[in-house]
Design a protein around this ligand. Structure first.
Ligand code: BEZ
Ligand code: FE
Length: 310
């Protein structure tokens, strides 16, 4: 069966190549010749993936081939532009280290990371996901629920965050895990700033029996994404702003539920509608306001979607 499929695919390939060769090329080529050659070529490439045993991989490769070829045809990509593109992707790869993921950053600034988040939205009532970003460090320090995560106080405003973790119907999830990381008032994370303790503004806490959690951080500031690599060059050459809207990061998880990687955004930040990684989502924006004691506070409830029963 598989052998037959492969033979058929090879047959299709040959037929497409013959069509391609027989079409008129060069300066005399009409746009109809070119379109028909492009289609034959795409069909040959598509046929070459038809025997992929994994149906999902086959589907993804089909779509990738269609879209990339469409781009080349649509912009009439020159050899020089294609070479520059290869050089750019090579530079992106060379910039990657265990600590620096330039491909992820490229995905972020192209909005692809956020597109994957949107594609994987669980439920209209579930808290939406956002980019993880490069500053998450696993093994966050354990903190008691209600603790301050400020290990290095830079004199900025303190922000108390309070919330409840519940399911999509609002039933609290006792013992949910809330992992937080945030930047200091200068917009830098501890890994970027030797003046901060490595644990500064990081912490993993467990929600109480009513799903409630509470912590204090410094009011986050907007900041620039890393601009010292090829993605930075792309941002400059396209006159894109590198700024991220001010936010606190959270990963919230609980047994039996889909976890969520998300942000709490400051409604007063000027970059909310111009976030360089397109991660702002309306449901995640909160007004920070002073409570009766003068403490700046934000309420951020998180709703998780139940896992499908096995
Ligand atoms: C961040 O929020 O930490 C971040 C996300 C994407 C790119 C750069 C930084
Ligand atoms: Fe961040």
């Amino acid at each position: 069966m598989r052998g037959q499929q492969i033979r058929r695919t090879e047959g299709e390939l040959c037929a497409n190549l013959t069509k391609l060769k027989s079409a008129t090329l060069g300066p005399g080529a009409t746009s109809m010749d070119r379109t028909s050659n492009q289609r034959s070529l795409v069909d040959s490439v598509l046929a070459s993936f038809e025997s992929t045993p994994d149906a999902r991989l086959r589907k993804i490769m089909r779509s990738l081939v269609e879209h990339l070829h469409q781009l080349v045809a649509e912009v009439h990509l020159s050899h020089e532009e294609w070479r520059k593109g290869i050089e750019f992707l090579t530079a992106v790869g060379k910039k990657c280290t265990p600590e620096r993921q330039e491909f992820m950053l490229l995905s972020d600034v192209l909005g692809i990371s956020s597109a994957v988040d949107v594609a994987n939205d669980m439920h209209p009532e579930a808290t939406p996901g956002t980019v993880l970003g490069p500053y998450y460090i696993a093994d966050s320090p354990q903190r008691s629920n209600g603790a301050s995560l400020i290990d290095t106080d830079d004199g900025g405003l303190h922000l108390r965050v309070r919330g409840v973790v519940s399911d999509v119907s609002g039933n609290p999830i006792p013992g949910a895990r809330v992992d937080v990381w945030s930047c200091a008032s200068n917009g830098l994370y501890p890994a970027q700033d030797p003046a901060q303790a490595p644990t500064n503004l990081r912490g993993l806490m467990v929600a109480d029996r009513q799903g409630r959690f509470e912590f204090t951080v410094l009011r986050p500031h907007n900041y620039s994404i890393p601009m010292d690599g090829p993605v930075g060059e792309l941002m400059r050459s396209t006159l894109r702003s590198p700024m991220r809207a001010a936010h606190v990061h959270l990963i919230v998880s609980a047994a039996g539920y889909h976890g969520v990687t998300t942000h709490l955004f400051d409604s007063e930040c000027n970059y909310l509608s111009a976030d360089s990684v397109f991660s702002t989502r309306e449901q995640l924006v909160r007004k920070f306001s002073k409570d009766g004691t003068g403490q700046l506070t934000a309420t951020f409830d998180v709703r998780l979607m139940e896992l499908d029963p096995l």
